[in-house]
Design a protein around this ligand. Structure first.
Ligand code: AOF
Ligand code: ZN
Length: 381
């Protein structure tokens, strides 16, 4: 760890901003930005723009050439340690050594097995000065790639929960009322987030009630895989989800209680059915996440369903939440719950639930239209 100058940190922040250019297009790979600076002057900038295309470092070196600049002796600022392996792209360390770069400033480590310090080691052996960031820029670089980092370290996708609620904490509206709680700007943002995740999940209760498509509506967004948690395989064959398989794949996570005929009918229709062998919701979620991770799903966006959200929270499987709070009071959507005297759900003799409290490590709030968006992070990878 070295103490970087304010100028170094400024260039790293520029590299972090550049990395954003690949958001929604690089998964399962990381977002990476890079800046080449010689004698205080930026002579090249680049980022990893899409899966399979140039890595950030090579993109920045290409930019130097395109500008007619020679990177020999320059400093390369990069948001992730340079790679040393041959993958879809050749190793970045070779390009850095060939370009004669004198110093590399790295904002974050690459925890994947093939990397984990190998690239910086090779560069150091090649006579390049290596410096690693600490503090705000290092934290921002890790935050940029939470899905990549978690998936590399655990094989599981990073889980983001989305919720929209009223001021009185209601998450569904009454029959006959508008189905929307959050405003239009918030809903636009949700569509963008769908395109930024590898998969979207909903509980079957929400699917039966709303018949959603769960696709990203933004033009040229990547379509995420849709996942329905449906232990009894109740998803109707005439649902819009099953009817839109040509848009993106659909996975049903079912349990041992699913009737074999229902499972067969869904598979026949082209739905992938994942049959867990446990009745325990936490175990079902754990094995489903592992299965999705093996399919290359690095990020899962949980939408729809307080029940599903509750099951994920109880299982300790939420990494981040994004909660829209809309400026309205809704009252309970179910008329039964409006009477304080006959609340079936509070009868005595029920089991005390296990404590499932998850405390946030950090939170931010912002205004989106008339709504307030509260983002909370529970784990850091
Ligand atoms: C990227 N973009 O800018 C950097 C990456 O096999 P590949 O060629 O797709 O390389 C993927 C790995 O390369 C990735 O997991 C990460 O470890 C490393 N660095 N990857 O896609 C980049 N710098
Ligand atoms: Zn690379």
């Amino acid at each position: 760890m070295t103490i970087l100058t304010d100028i170094d940190r400024e260039h790293l922040r520029r590299a972090l901003a550049l990395a954003e250019g690949g958001r929604g297009r690089v998964s399962p790979n990381p977002l990476v930005g890079a800046v080449v600076v010689r004698d205080g002057e930026v002579i090249g900038e680049g980022f990893h723009a899409a899966l399979g295309e140039l890595h950030g470092e090579r993109a920045a070196l290409e930019d130097c050439r395109a500008r007619g600049e020679d990177p020999r002796g320059a400093t390369l600022y990069v948001t992730l340690e340079p790679c040393a392996h041959q993958g879809r792209q050749p190793p970045c360390v070779e390009a850095i050594l060939a370009a004669g770069i004198g110093r590399v400033v790295i904002a974050s480590d690459d925890p994947s097995e093939k990397a984990a310090g190998r690239g910086p080691g090779i560069l150091r052996d090649g006579g390049v000065a290596i410096e690693t960031a600490a503090g705000a820029e290092a934290a921002a670089a890790r935050l940029l790639n939470q899905p990549f980092r978690k998936h590399s370290r655990t094989g599981l996708p990073h889980v983001v929960l989305k919720l929209a609620m009223s001021l009185d904490g209601q998450t569904t509206t009454a029959a006959g009322d508008s189905p929307w709680i959050s405003g239009e700007r918030s809903r636009e943002l949700v569509h963008r987030w769908r395109g930024e995740h590898d998969a979207i999940a909903a509980g079957v209760g929400t699917v039966l009630a709303d018949d959603p498509l769960l696709t990203a509506r933004e033009p040229d967004a990547r379509q995420p895989r849709r996942v329905v948690f449906d232990s009894r395989a109740r998803l109707p064959l005439d649902s819009r989800l099953v009817g839109s398989l040509e848009q993106s794949p659909l996975t049903v996570v079912a349990g041992p209680e699913a009737p074999p005929a229902r499972v067969a009918a869904l598979r026949e229709a082209g739905v992938e059915v994942f049959l867990g062998d446990s009745f325990d919701p936490g175990e079902q979620i754990g094995t489903a996440l592992a299965m999705l991770g093996r399919r290359g799903v690095t990020s899962l966006f949980l939408e729809g369903g307080k029940t599903l959200a509750g099951a994920f929270a109880a299982a300790g499987q939420i990494d981040e939440s994004r909660t829209f709070i809309a400026p309205m009071l809704l009252g309970p959507p179910d008329p039964q719950d409006r009477s304080p005297f006959v609340n079936q759900r509070l009868t005595s003799g029920e089991r005390t639930p296990a404590v499932a409290r998850l405390e946030a490590l950090a939170t931010t709030t912002e205004t989106v239209g008339a709504d307030t968006l509260l983002t909370a992070r529970f784990k850091e990878w």
